[in-house]
Structure formats: structure tokens, C-alpha cells
Write a protein that binds this ligand. Structure first.
Ligand SMILES: [Zn+2]
Length: 412
């Protein structure tokens, strides 16, 4: 899913101001940092609005709608009477504000004052039932737009924090964390079809070997290769095939040579469903069928459509596994729940082994190498590894420069 970031105001429109600073300049700092943070989560971020240009409301909302993004985050800073403080998120009256609430909760953890999440309906009779803020109103329903008001720049305390790079980093990290939760977490107790896997592939292979020793565990890797291309949870997709094929034993009407891992098109002994020439094509068709239910976008560029039943699905009609009840399986009571339950069983019964985990390099302070080289060169007399983030006194700087001076003199 693509996210477009808007830095509020720009060009001839400076927005609010506080303590000699214009809102548009502060917004741009926040918008740029937020884009980087979201990209760090591997999100597809449209940065075409990160500039100091003025766009008319119509041009701005058209650009947002044409971006192909499903979420727009418009970055702003507030001003009121000098005493109001805090972080706010505004969402559309047509949504429950789930992403706004998740962002606010993440921001609360930073100890920055948080005010509220809210939506505001237009009071104009010609816009009854529409949003008050044009950027939210005129991008709906193609794009879900939220406005993030990081703080009140006309309040002295807020301004101090808002212009501090440490807080800029913390606040944008909090917004990105909230967005990440929104995209990948579960909704209303149901489990999203799209998102990241919880299980390591080796856990699924261990479970498969335990139940069906003759099974080809390489199928697991194919699910983990293909599902992420569609942002589908590979572990649950594979567990759906486990459920459909009885642990790859194919004891139902579908035969192993069909490479049909999810019973696509199979309705009974007279109609055993689709055939695929390879395991990879069969797995991809399964993932595509899930994608048809979970998402509304077209299939990723460059992929071949193997699922001949893709167009029979009402796109986006089942974003969660539980929503597949009565759709993928009829009547299907408890169908999605059983797949999610299988994940829990594998998680508990086949714990991940430490040797499965990727090695995490110990984190190194950005200035550590510099520090060590100065120590080795004899220019820094003591070890300062634990205090790299503390400010240096003038005295320390003078001594370091003087050591350097003496060193240069010696060389001559
Ligand atoms: Zn603004």
C-alpha cells in the first residue's frame, strides 16, 4: 500500500507562525522525517509533495488522488492563544479514526503532551454529511487522509520541543509506528490477511514433518517467497493450504498433481478444481485469490495472473481471515478462526530455535569508530565511550585541538 506525505502549506501560504518561525518550514522538517521513518518500515512512500510549493486546494487534492496512495498524512503545526499545547490527529467523519488513534497512542509513549483525536463535519448546508477540512473531504473516498498537528508552535514549551531534533525524531517515529500498526495489526479482534508472518518458516517445516513425514517442505519456502509480494501473511496462507489439503496429504477431491493448494474451484467429486503446471504457479494462484479478497489494488506489476477465479471475487470483501467464512468456505462457520488457531498451535508446539534467527550485529554508536581512532592515535587520552552523547566543554575541545597541534608540529 502506498502512503503520500503532504507537508502542510508552502510557497505564498506560510500557515501559522510562532516565535519567528513559519509553520510551512516546520511542517517540511516533520514531513521529510516522517517519510524516512515510513520507508524504514519498507512502506511505499510518495514524497512528491515534500517541497515549499503552493498548491491550490483543488490541485493539492487532485495530486493526492492521482498518487495511487490509499493513505495521506498531512503534516501541520498548530497555533491558538499561546497557552494551548499538544499533539492532535484529525480523521474523516467517514472513518472510525483507527489509524489516528494508533498514532496518538504511540505519541503518548514519548511523553509529548497529547490532546485528542477528532473528526469535524462541515456545517455548510451544501456540504451536509461531508468533512470540514478540504484535504480530507476532497480526497475521500479514494484516499483516507489524516491531518497530524504535531504541536502548538505559538506555545513556548511546545515550540521548544517541536524545534528540537531529538523530539522531531521521536514524534515522527511515533507517527510511523502508529501507521505500521494500522497496516499490519489485527482489526477488531480479527486477523488481517495482509501483513507480516509471525511464524518462522522452520517452525512450519517442523510441524509439517511431524504430521506428514513424506511432505515436501520446500513448499513452505515458496509461500514465503511469493506471499510478501502481495503483502499477504505467508504463515497463515500456508496454514490455509495445510487445512485445505490435510497437511499436503490431499485426501479430498483435489489430487497432488493439480498443484492446487487451496481447493481453488473444487466443489465436489465431479469438479475437482483448477490445475497448475508448477508448484510455484499453484502457490501464486492461492496467494492471488487471497489478495482478491483482502485488497482492492490490481496485482503487482510484472506478476502473471494464475488464478482463473480472481475476477469472480468481490475485491476487498474480506480483509481478515475470519471474513472468509461463508465466502471462501460455505457455510464456513469458524473457517478463518481454525486457520488462525493453527498458527497459535504451531507457535506453541514448535518453538523457534535460536539458530533460526538472523544474527543481529551489535549496535555501534555513530561516533565510536572516530573515538577509537583518536584514542589509537594518542590524541584522546581517556576512554569516552560511555559519554559520546554528552556535550563537550570548551576545555575538552581546547585540549583535543592542542594535542592535534602538537602532533602536527612533531610531524614537521
Ligand atoms: Zn497548518
Amino acid at each position: 500500500m502506498r502512503i503520500i506525505i503532504d507537508s502542510g502549506h508552502g510557497g505564498k501560504d506560510p500557515g501559522a507562525s510562532g516565535f519567528g518561525m513559519q509553520e510551512k518550514d516546520l511542517n517540511l522538517i516533520y514531513a521529510r522525517l516522517l517519510a524516512v521513518k515510513l520507508e524504514n518500515y519498507n512502506m511505499d512512500v510518495d514524497t512528491s509533495l515534500l517541497n515549499d510549493n503552493y498548491y491550490s486546494p483543488e490541485e493539492l487534492t487532485n495530486r493526492i488522488k492521482k498518487s495511487g496512495a490509499t493513505l495521506c498524512i498531512s503534516c501541520h503545526n498548530n497555533a491558538f492563544n499561546g497557552t494551548a499545547r499538544g499533539f492532535e490527529v484529525i480523521h474523516s467523519i467517514h472513518t472510525e479514526g483507527t489509524v489516528a488513534k494508533l498514532i496518538l497512542e504511540e505519541t503518548r509513549k514519548t511523553d509529548f503532551p497529547v490532546r485528542r483525536v477528532f473528526s469535524r463535519a462541515s456545517t455548510s448546508p451544501s456540504r451536509a454529511g461531508e468533512d470540514y477540512y478540504y484535504i480530507i473531504r476532497d480526497t475521500y473516498p479514494e484516499v483516507e487522509t489524516i491531518i497530524v498537528e504535531f504541536g502548538f508552535m505559538d506555545n513556548r514549551e511546545d515550540f521548544k520541543l517541536l524545534t528540537n531534533p531529538v523530539w522531531q525524531d521521536k514524534l515522527t517515529a511515533a507517527v510511523a509506528a502508529g501507521v505500521n500498526k494500522y497496516i499490519y495489526s489485527d482489526i477488531n479482534g480479527k486477523t488481517k490477511i495482509q501483513g507480516n508472518s509471525i511464524l518462522h518458516p522452520n517452525q512450519l517445516k517442523a510441524a509439517l514433518r511431524a504430521v506428514n513425514g513424506g511432505a515436501n517442505t520446500g513448499v513452505v519456502d515458496i509461500y514465503y517467497d511469493i506471499a510478501p509480494i502481495y503483502e499477504i501473511k505467508a504463515d497463515l496462507a500456508f496454514l490455509q493450504s495445510i487445512h485445505e489439503t490435510n497437511w499436503l496429504r490431499f485426501t479430498g477431491v483435489v489430487k497432488p498433481e493439480q498443484n492446487n493448494f487451496a481447493g481453488l474451484g473444487a466443489t465436489g467429486p465431479n469438479n475437482t478444481g483448477l490445475w497448475f503446471s508448477t508448484v510455484e504457479a499453484g502457490v501464486e494462484a492461492h496467494i492471488q485469490h487471497l489478495y482478491a479478497y483482502a485488497a482492492t489494488a490490481s496485482i503487482p506489476v510484472g506478476r502473471t495472473l494464475y488464478d482463473k477465479r480472481f475476477h469472480l471475487v468481490q475485491r476487498g470483501s474480506a480483509p481478515t481471515w475470519e471474513d472468509l467464512n461463508g465466502r471462501w468456505a460455505v457455510p464456513g462457520t469458524g473457517y478463518g478462526e481454525r486457520i488462525v488457531e493453527l498458527q497459535k498451535i504451531v507457535l506453541e508446539k514448535y518453538p523457534i530455535e535460536v539458530s533460526d534467527l538472523p544474527e543481529i550485529p551489535p549496535s555501534t554508536h555513530w561516533a565510536k569508530i572516530c573515538h577509537d581512532e583518536l584514542r589509537d592515535a594518542g590524541l584522546l587520552l581517556n576512554d569516552h565511550t560511555d559519554t559520546l552523547d554528552q556535550p563537550a566543554t570548551k576545555g575538552v575541545v581546547f585540549c583535543l585541538v592542542n594535542n592535534l597541534r602538537k602532533e602536527l608540529m612533531n610531524d614537521e
